[in-house]
Design a protein around this ligand. Structure first.
Ligand code: B12
Ligand code: SF4
Length: 476
């Protein structure tokens, strides 16, 4: 039984191999600043409603991306009708479209949720309900009063960020998520976990809503980052950490300070890192600092091999030459690059897509640990692309959110195809061809890493053997 149940529902076809850290932060914050621990986190794709109902909750809060939002609304309806619980929804989707609060949700939480949820729980503790007259003074929410939507004043971001304690990974049942995962590091099957060291990013890529959600970037201190790494290594035996920040690398000084802190705590060298980078920031000094910290792999949103398309997608502060140079530099230090590309931008031509294909081939041939991933440009709420697609009449105001699963196969949808240069059927063929090029060398890279050490580990650990086998099937 729990007063508050926080839910991350996994929708079919959408990868969910990582912990929903947002819910862990909410839980830890309530514990630290309200001494409220009557929370259960349901993180599942199976029998979600039954698992919520079992807790007989007074309040149920869902996290929701645009992908998966449709399923969350179905669950909200059941929770409202069958459990009569107070229903909350937070996360990227409602943050970008607060005026589309589902009728089954009592309250939408916009943007950063920790302080807002704390005030909501306080209000519930004091009044036994979460009803309109008391909601007016809680910033950062949207709710209904007499059938009309009311949006309160924006919630100010929490500063300094270190005020927010690390996510409650015990409540997130981290132990169920520690099995070796290939995505973490260069095809090495490490015991992996995720963490965050900052919130926000100053750039304005046209397909990304991070600005809308976080505003000005905020960083955790080097001490705080290192102590969380230490906790993951010493308490959970973690060997590889994916730092899921929007932009980890904004301060080289902080990276050097994190390395020093890791050394002082005797965890330096025992853990490897994977993080996201932006190509225009990749200098020699940065790469050296990352290498020293223990970074072995990075993800880069290279997006396109064509200059005008790249400029459109990334706002003009990075060039194709910088993309090439960044990958080369990182590879020189033996850091593998997971490069993400998008095709289907509004004015993209066949020739533009061919330039992207050429760049993909070049990158895959450049280093055995390079990997390329191709997705289709998708206008998500809260982004410049969304505004563009709406203005051109490509999208209704409230589309069928099932279209936005963004899974590699389902994302080839005519419904939100924003390109006006290439007929959709021809585009499909080009998309499939580009994905094939990106996949073609994956198996080579996996086999390139194959060693007796691998085989020995696989024989000792049947779960790992299954991972390797399924990767083989996938990349075949
Ligand atoms: C890690 C990650 C993943 C992981 C884990 C997801 C998870 N369950 O947490 C995986 C790999 C599974 C994943 C998958 C996908 N992801 Co993702 N992912 C992220 C990433 C990098 C970090 C998430 C995170 O931990 N953020 C930090 C925490 C603190 O923020 P938060 O989760 O939003 O929670 C805060 C608030 O939103 C709020 N809040 C959230 N939920 C709730 C609930 C309640 C009740 C309350 C009160 C408050 C509240 O309070 C929290 C604390 O402040 C974000 C980028 C980002 N910066 O958020 C992208 C991001 C969320 N992902 C995105 C996308 C597109 C996807 C995929 C569709 C990709 C794909 N092609 O498959 C899938 C969809 C998965 C799904 N479940 O639907 C987009 C979402 C855009 C959108 N409009 O929906 C983002 C924003 C990236 C981007 N820049 O575009 N993702
Ligand atoms: S895609 Fe990455 S670099 Fe671009 S705005 Fe979003 S977080 Fe920043």
């Amino acid at each position: 039984m729990a007063t508050l149940v926080l839910v991350n529902h996994w929708s079919e076809g959408i990868g969910n191999n990582k912990l929903p850290l947002g819910l862990g932060y909410l839980t830890a914050y309530l514990k630290k600043y309200l001494d409220f621990d009557d929370v259960t986190i349901v993180n599942t794709g199976d029998h979600t409603f039954e698992k919520i109902a079992r807790e007989k909750p007074a309040i149920v809060g869902f996290t929701a991306y645009t992908a998966g939002y449709y399923d969350v609304v179905q669950l909200l309806e059941r929770v409202k009708k069958e459990l009569s619980a107070i229903t909350l929804v937070g996360g990227p989707h409602i943050t970008c479209l607060p005026h589309q609060l589902s009728r089954w949700a009592d309250i939408g939480v916009i943007g950063e949720g920790e302080a807002t949820l704390l005030e909501l729980i306080q209000c519930y503790q004091e009044t036994g309900q979460l009803a309109p007259p008391n909601l007016q003074k809680i910033n950062g929410i949207v709710y209904r009063e007499n059938g009309q939507l009311v949006q309160t004043a924006p919630r100010q971001p929490i500063l300094p960020l270190d005020q927010i304690p690390p996510p409650d990974r015990e409540k997130l049942q981290i132990r169920d998520f520690l099995e070796p995962s290939q995505i973490l590091m260069n095809n090495e099957y490490l015991r992996g976990a995720t963490m965050l060291s900052s919130r926000g990013c100053p750039f304005k890529c046209i397909y990304c809503h991070v600005q809308a959600k976080w505003g000005r970037p905020r960083l955790h201190s080097a001490q705080r980052v290192a102590s969380e790494v230490e906790l993951l290594v010493k308490n959970y035996g973690v060997q590889g950490i994916y730092i899921e920040d929007d932009l980890f690398v904004s301060s080289i000084k902080r990276i050097a300070a994190i390395t020093q802190e890791l050394k002082q705590r005797n965890v330096w060298g025992s853990v490897r890192f994977f993080l996201d980078l932006r190509a225009n920031l990749v200098t020699d000094e940065l790469v050296r600092a990352l290498k020293e910290m223990g970074v072995v792999k990075v993800a880069l949103g290279l997006e396109s091999g064509s200059e005008p398309i790249l400029k459109y997608l990334k706002g003009g502060d990075v060039t194709v030459a910088q993309n090439r140079q960044a990958v080369r530099r990182l590879n020189q230090y033996d850091i593998g690059c997971h490069c993400c590309f998008m095709i289907g931008a509004p004015a993209e031509t066949r020739a533009d897509i061919q330039k992207t294909q050429t760049l993909i081939r070049e990158i895959l041939d450049g280093h055995p640990q390079n990997f390329c991933q191709v997705t289709v440009v998708t206008p998500l709420p809260g982004t410049g692309l969304w505004d563009y697609a709406r203005s051109r009449g490509f999208l209704p105001e409230a589309p069928d959110w099932r279209q936005f699963s963004l899974s590699p196969t389902l994302s080839y949808r005519r419904d939100f195809y924003v390109n006006e240069e290439i007929p959709f059927d021809e585009f499909l063929k080009l998309a499939e061809e580009t994905v094939r090029i990106a996949n073609s060398r994956r198996l080579k890279s996996i086999l390139g890493r194959f060693s007796w050490r691998y085989l020995r580990r696989a024989l000792q650990d049947p779960k790992l053997a299954w991972h390797i086998f399924s990767d083989y099937l996938w990349h075949r």
